[in-house]
Ligand binder design. Structure first.
Ligand code: FAD
Length: 314
């Protein structure tokens, strides 16, 4: 069977590995230039910062924990909330993608009927082959857009559109070590900053006395500033950061802003409405599990990819 997996995040790679293990022909199509989706890392000033999920929650006994235990990852770091990697959160998806056929930089915009199969169409009008089934792991609003341009839209689209996502504006910054606050995660009380994380706990020690930090703005502030300029974001965030962790944060050695329009879903979609019996396009990912900032849902997101793979071939 030929199966396309849309999205090279945790659930998509889980689905692709499972389908490959079951002997099927799989292609993973990903719109970004990198692997991992919301497991995301960025290089800055000689260090790596995780600007998506902070750690991967993989509790003992979960299938995700078994996978991680079986990978050769000497840079793995165990933290209270889960597993991190000093090389960055994309380390896990990179290892998961080994041996898979992943096409990066391809944003699918339609799944057209083509004989008995589904043709993968992109925004430029190109086609990327015909498959028998699709595992769709994009966040619910993007999954709805694609499903709408497929033979299987209808009420499933409405069920996906019902899932609201909270955005997240992230600030990546290097701060003098003596002004970088204390603790692994700092939760400022009130103000626009919801959380500040110290990246050094992931085996990324301060370079030249500059400590790498990642701050997340609160949900309301993120929604307000999602489309604002970096200057406007920093004008709001840096004074609050300085209040929260020390005056040095007002003048960081370097700073970057990163935005997630769809960071975490407010709640899971109705699984029966999203994936009714008999469909060839099966939705997976946190659309079905829910996920929250500081939550521990990664292993369930992973499981949703495995379940979708089995469903597609059943
Ligand atoms: C800042 C932040 C903090 C978080 N904190 C936590 C936490 O503490 N605990 C927790 O459990 N979860 C947390 N999450 C959520 C968690 O990261 C996600 O639930 C999980 O990574 C989702 O994996 P996924 O495979 O479902 O989706 P994704 O990782 O989003 O993968 C979907 C992929 O599909 C691709 N795609 C979308 N549309 C198309 C298209 N048309 N064509 C091709 N490709 C497409 C996307 O580029 C993406 O790579 C956080 C997320 C963010 C952003």
């Amino acid at each position: 069977m030929r199966v396309a997996v849309v999205g090279a995040g945790l659930s998509g790679l889980a689905a692709a590995r499972e389908l490959t293990a079951l002997g099927h022909q799989v292609v993973v199509v990903e719109k970004s230039r990198g692997l991992g989706g919301r497991l995301a890392a960025r290089r800055a000033e000689g260090t790596v910062l995780d600007h998506g999920s902070r750690v991967v929650a993989a509790p003992p006994g979960s299938a995700l924990r078994a996978l991680i235990d079986g990978l050769d990852a000497p840079d793995r770091v165990e933290l209270a909330a889960g597993v991190a990697f000093s090389a960055g959160a994309t380390r896990l998806p990179k290892m998961m993608a080994e041996g898979l056929d992943v096409r990066l930089g391809v944003r699918l915009s339609a799944l057209r009927a083509a004989g008995a199969g589904l043709e993968l169409g992109d925004e430029q009008g190109n086609t990327h082959g015909v498959v028998d089934a699709v595992v769709l792991t994009a966040p619910a609003p993007q999954a709805a857009d694609l499903l709408e341009r497929s033979p299987e839209g209808g009420e499933r689209v409405a069920a996906l559109r019902a899932v609201a996502y909270a955005p997240a504006v992230m600030i990546l910054l290097g701060v003098r070590e003596d002004a970088a606050g204390a603790g692994e995660v700092m939760l400022p009380d009130g103000g626009p900053v919801a959380e500040v994380r110290r990246e050094a706990v992931k085996g990324r020690p301060p370079r030249e006395g500059i400590s790498p930090l990642v701050a997340r703005l609160g949900e309301r502030e993120s929604a307000e500033l999602l489309d604002a300029s970096d200057e406007d974001v920093l004008a709001r965030a840096l004074p609050a950061l300085a209040d929260a962790i020390g005056s040095g944060a007002a003048e960081p050695a370097w700073v970057q802003v990163k935005r997630w329009r769809y960071a975490v879903p407010a709640g899971p979609a109705d699984p029966a409405a999203v994936n009714p019996p008999g469909v060839r396009i099966v939705v997976a990912g946190d659309t079905l599990t829910g996920a929250g900032f500081g939550g521990s849902d990664h292993h369930r997101v992973y499981d949703s990819g495995i379940a979708a793979a089995r469903r597609v071939v059943a």
